[in-house]
Structure formats: structure tokens, C-alpha cells
Design a protein around this ligand. Structure first.
Ligand SMILES: Nc1ncnc2c1ncn2[C@@H]1O[C@H](COP(=O)(O)OP(=O)(O)OP(=O)(O)O)[C@@H](O)[C@H]1O
Length: 313
């Protein structure tokens, strides 16, 4: 077995007397995508900042690319690329100039810098806007440029801190496909996200961070098994209606307080129609009906017994 790309053991970090990472452990095998999933304020950025040498840990052991963070931070820095929530992109420079600057600053770059820049612009479909100032770029283009800048020097381990927060669905999908391509090329990706769907789409393994502790780790499949699946939620006007419907849908979970039934379904229109047809066949009608796909809130409720909380910074 090859050595893990990242291994973290007993990592602790506090800001003054406030503990933000309270002893976390995980390993990221080389060439895989690992996702740290958690709501605002859970400690994701703090973890990235420690792992990328921007912040000193208070305790624990961290090895990145085989180097001990405490004794060999310089070697860690040489092996990694980091794309943060607050992009490193210089708004006044064009896309091409931003990339050229990274090439000029990066001592690992060998070969023709201009060709490297042109190659990255092409790969990220930024060629047509390459000579416009970055200030004119959309959010999605800016994230792509930021990631392209991260790739200068061919880092083997890349940290992406919430790479798709604030992006529209189309840009998010483009970003996902870029990340998949990176891993296909042998890069290891450490990704933080607030979106269960993103972790599900991309990650080989997911760790769920809650108030500085990891409350679950596993494959996306293992994680989703812990939470209610996609379902149709039917809400009834009376307890008698709920009773009658519960007889029609023996596979459903019932919530007596809300007068609701949770009927397992795949989220498509066919399965929704099948549920409504079954109600019709028994001359029953629901007061409300919604399709529910599990999200981070469901994971948190299932794992911690409390919903996600927005933590004021
Ligand atoms: N420099 C700092 N000084 C004091 N407290 C801080 C500092 N940086 C972060 N924190 C606090 O540490 C906690 C974790 O913050 P962190 O940024 O790591 O969370 P996060 O999971 O990345 O959230 P977000 O998605 O909002 O970035 C938060 O409660 C935050 O307020």
C-alpha cells in the first residue's frame, strides 16, 4: 500500500479559549477525493488553513505528502496547491496575466511559461476571455481561473475550500467535472463543502465535521444509509386521514404530530405519480405533498440530533 497523501491524528486548534478543532483524525489515500462536510462555522477553513501551513496547530500530528507539518512545513508547501474561498485572483489583471504571474512566482515551473499559461486557459475554457480583466469575469469563471492558478507547478495534492459555494448549478457541474479530471490524472483532492450533494458526487470518502469534531466518516453511500432517503412527504388534514393513508402505504414512516407520512420514492415524476395514484385509488387526498431529497440538515439531524446552525463570525 502507498503512504496516505494526508494523515491527521488528534488535531486540535483553539482561538483563545474557544476550541475549534477538538481532536480530529483522518487519512486521505493518494489519488482520491476526500470531502470534509459541515455547516458554516464547523471548522472546515481552520482545518484547511492548518493542513496548508497557514495556521499552526495546537496539538496532534499532521503529515502531508509524507512530510511532518510541524518540522517540514516548507516541503509541505512545495507539494500542495490551495484554492480558497477568497480567491487569489487579482481583479485588475487579465486572466492570462494572473496565470503568468503564478508561473513567474513558482519555482517548480520548468519549461515554456507562456505555453503552460495557454494550456491552462484552454483546459479551463477561458481562452476567449483571457485578455479581459478578471473584474469582468462571472463567479464561475473566477473560480475556474483560481483553480487554474492553483495548478501551476503541478501540485500533487490540492486543497479546495468550498469551491462551489455561491455558484449557479451549471458552473457547479463544470467545477465538478474539472475536479474529477484532476483525480483521473492522479492528483489527491481535499475538498470542503456545505453540500451533501457535492460530497456525494465527488468524494471517495466523506468526514462530517460538527463543532470541531468528526461525527461520521465513510463513503457517501455509507453516510446516506444513515439518513432518510429521498421520499414524498404527504400531509393530511385529520388524524383519520393519516390513519387511512398509513394503511395504504405500509412502507411509509409516519409523523403523528405533523399528520404526515414519509413515503420512500426516487424523486422522479413517475414515482411521485404512483404515490398520488395510490391515494386516488383509495379515495384519499392529502392536504400537502412535497418531494424531499436528503441534504446536510438531514445528515446532521440523523448524526447529531441537532440541525445545522449558522454560527455568527
Ligand atoms: N481568526 C479567528 N479568530 C477567532 N475565531 C475564529 C477565527 N477564525 C475562525 N474562527 C471561528 O472558528 C470557527 C470555525 O471557523 P471556520 O472558518 O473554520 O469554519 P468553516 O466550517 O470553514 O465555516 P465557513 O463555511 O463559514 O467558512 C467559527 O466559529 C469561527 O467564528
Amino acid at each position: 500500500m502507498t503512504a496516505p497523501a494526508i494523515s491527521v491524528s488528534g488535531l486540535r486548534k483553539a482561538y483563545k479559549d474557544r476550541s475549534v478543532l477538538d481532536g480530529i483524525d483522518f487519512e486521505v489515500p493518494a489519488g482520491t477525493i476526500f470531502s470534509l462536510l459541515g455547516p458554516n462555522g464547523a471548522g472546515k477553513t481552520t482545518t484547511v488553513n492548518v493542513l496548508t501551513t497557514l495556521l499552526d496547530a495546537d496539538g496532534g500530528t499532521v503529515r502531508v505528502a509524507g512530510h511532518d507539518l510541524a518540522t517540514d512545513a516548507r516541503a509541505v508547501r512545495a507539494a500542495i496547491g490551495v484554492t480558497g474561498q477568497f480567491a487569489a485572483v487579482d481583479e485588475l489583471l487579465t486572466g492570462r496575466e494572473n496565470l503568468q504571474l503564478m508561473v513567474d512566482l513558482n519555482r517548480r515551473v520548468t519549461g515554456d511559461g507562456r505555453r503552460i499559461v495557454a494550456g491552462l486557459l484552454d483546459r479551463f475554457e477561458l481562452t476567449t476571455s483571457a485578455d479581459k480583466p478578471a473584474s469582468t469575469y462571472s463567479g464561475g469563471m473566477r473560480r475556474k481561473l483560481d483553480l487554474a492558478m492553483t495548478l501551476v507547478g503541478d501540485p500533487k495534492i490540492i486543497f479546495l475550500d468550498e469551491p462551489t459555494t455561491g455558484l449557479d448549478p451549471r458552473s457547479r457541474r463544470t467545477m465538478w467535472s474539472i475536479v474529477r479530471d484532476l483525480v483521473a490524472d492522479g492528483v489527491t483532492v481535499f475538498l470542503t463543502t456545505q453540500y451533501l450533494e457535492e460530497a456525494d458526487q465527488l468524494a471517495d470518502r466523506v468526514a462530517v465535521l460538527d463543532r470541531g469534531r468528526l461525527v461520521a466518516q465513510g463513503t457517501p453511500e455509507e453516510l446516506k444509509r444513515l439518513v432518510p432517503g429521498t421520499h414524498v412527504r404527504l400531509r393530511f388534514a385529520t388524524a383519520a386521514d393519516l390513519d387511512a393513508a398509513a394503511g395504504v402505504f405500509p412502507e411509509a414512516a409516519r409523523d403523528d404530530d405533523a399528520l404526515a407520512l414519509r413515503v420512500p420514492a426516487d424523486g422522479g415524476t413517475k414515482s411521485l405519480r404512483a404515490v398520488l395514484d395510490r391515494l386516488d385509488e383509495h379515495s384519499l387526498s392529502a392536504e400537502g405533498c412535497s418531494v424531499h431529497t436528503p441534504d446536510l440538515d438531514d445528515v446532521f439531524l440523523a448524526l447529531t440530533g441537532h440541525p445545522t446552525e449558522v454560527d455568527a463570525k
